[in-house]
Design a protein around this ligand. Structure first.
Ligand SMILES: Cc1ncc(COP(=O)(O)O)c(C=O)c1O
Length: 447
């Protein structure tokens, strides 16, 4: 029989953060398991802190996205956004579901090739495509998403020299009402620059213009942004067909759908504010309704969804190192995972819960990481119950960008584990050791 420890009653004054605006106290339940495995078992085996990915959730999210778009479009391709999480086991999970790869550097391209993805199943984005990089990837049929006129001229020169007609897409930046425009990448729609680039490619005759691409931004909570984006890409596609007889083979709407994490500016939790994939698919279908293409020649819809596929599948387990009382009255918790591992703490209010049953009164709490840096705040002003040294916490929805943007800084980076749908678990990235860090270092011979 389990017993609950006696707790001395205390009187506390009403505190900001305990109550929400509907006059309800936020209920917090412990999360003792991740993907069906006991948190304590995972920590005993792999240590703390620890990233844990649920393969079942990865596959479920992938299929939900694919099906939402497949209901509305005859041909759909998901090109997995490597930068969001390029661990082999994560990429392989998506590739086995049929995903192509979307990369933005030669490193990511090499990673996709190492996983056996054919070069012509890779979309290559981003501003960093040097001559050396293009010489490497173009002969393998990789689809180049052009970012600027210099790149266009370079690629034409290489195409001629190599005797290859590379497949390209034009990356288009455009304005939609719902969000600020990302105008840094690609060719602008409103100024006519994107249409000029297309005409230039067609006139040059050295490249095959296969698609149009637009990545609007990230964490876009309003599906209408995609309706407007799709409408502009459609108008450009219609224009190119009328003016040049060009029928494109794909329209790529980029990434940007939100996960269930909560941005700092949002009031309600992500589960309540993030629209379903269905609503985004519906918005795209509305936007593309005006496409004037011959029946049977409709373009493939390409999705480069990153965050929304992987974020909810990843959790972090962290351990309480110490309790503190801060001068402003808040309770302070020192935990063993810092912002060097949870980069997303800067813009998300992470959903953090105890991993064991708890008692006592919740009060506003600030969670500090282990770095000896004042900026190492993982979560501020969260209504949290008292914790003991050694208690575990689960930080939810941290699968996107953290294990690519994390920094080896002051501490070693921890292990990353995957749990299969049937509950098996294994390391997918080992914890770092002194050898990992020393590997690339050298002391000059004169020492
Ligand atoms: C070109 C491109 N495609 C796809 C993505 C993935 O975006 P998200 O994770 O918001 O879905 C990004 C991320 O910045 C990107 O730059």
């Amino acid at each position: 029989m389990s017993t609950v420890a006696y707790e001395r009653p205390v009187l506390t004054r009403h505190q900001v953060g305990a109550m929400n605006k509907f006059s309800r106290v936020r209920a917090m339940e412990p999360q003792t398991h991740i993907a069906g495995v006991r948190v304590e078992e995972l920590v005993e085996k792999y240590g703390s802190p620890l990233f844990v990915f649920s393969q079942k959730t990865l596959v479920a999210r992938y299929r939900e996205l694919r099906d939402a778009f497949a209901r509305r479009f005859a041909r759909v391709r998901i090109a997995w956004s490597y930068k969001t999480n390029y661990l082999d086991a994560i990429c392989t999970t998506f590739h086995r579901e049929g995903a192509w790869a979307e990369v933005v550097s030669v490193f990511e391209w090499e990673k996709a090739r190492h996983l056996g993805i054919p070069g012509d199943h890779i979309h290559f984005n981003g501003p960093l495509k040097t001559e050396e990089v293009l010489r490497r990837v173009v002969p393998e049929g990789t689809i180049i998403h052009l970012d600027n006129f210099d790149e266009l001229a370079l690629l034409e020169r290489l195409a001629e020299e190599l005797g290859i007609k590379p497949k390209v897409a034009i990356r288009v930046n455009l304005a939609v009402e719902a969000i600020p425009a990302w105008s840094r990448f690609g060719f602008n729609y409103e100024s006519g620059q994107a249409r000029t680039a297309a005409a230039r490619i067609i006139a040059g005759g050295k490249l095959t213009l296969a698609g149009l691409h637009c990545h609007l931004g990230t964490c876009i909570l309003d599906p209408r942004a995609y309706r407007d984006q799709a409408a502009k890409l459609t108008a450009l596609a219609n224009d190119l067909r009328q003016a040049h007889g060009l029928v494109l083979s794909f329209l790529d709407i980029g990434g940007g759908f939100p996960s269930h994490s909560k941005l700092k500016a949002q009031y309600l939790p992500g589960e309540q504010t993030s629209p379903s994939f269905d609503r985004y698919a519906e918005a795209c279908a509305e936007g593309m309704a005006g496409l004037e293409y011959p029946p049977g020649q409709e373009p493939m819809i390409v999705l480069e969804t990153g965050r929304a596929l992987v974020d909810d599948a990843g959790s972090m387990v962290t351990t309480v190192i110490a309790n503190k009382r801060m001068p402003d009255g808040q309770r302070g918790l020192v935990i063993d995972a810092g912002v060097n591992l949870l980069f997303t703490s800067y813009w998300y209010e992470h959903d953090i819960v105890p991993a064991q049953p708890f008692g006592g009164l919740s009060e506003p709490t600030v969670m500090y990481g282990p770095l000896c840096m004042n900026i190492d705040v993982v979560r501020d002003t969260i209504a949290f119950p008292p914790m003991h040294v050694g208690d575990r916490l689960v930080v939810r929805n941290v699968g996107a960008y953290n294990v690519t943007q994390w920094m080896q800084f002051i501490t070693y980076r921890p292990a990353v584990v995957m749990v299969s749908a049937s509950g098996e678990h294994a390391i997918i990235r080992k914890a770092e050791t002194l050898e990992t860090v020393l590997g690339p270092e050298q002391v000059p011979p004169w020492f």
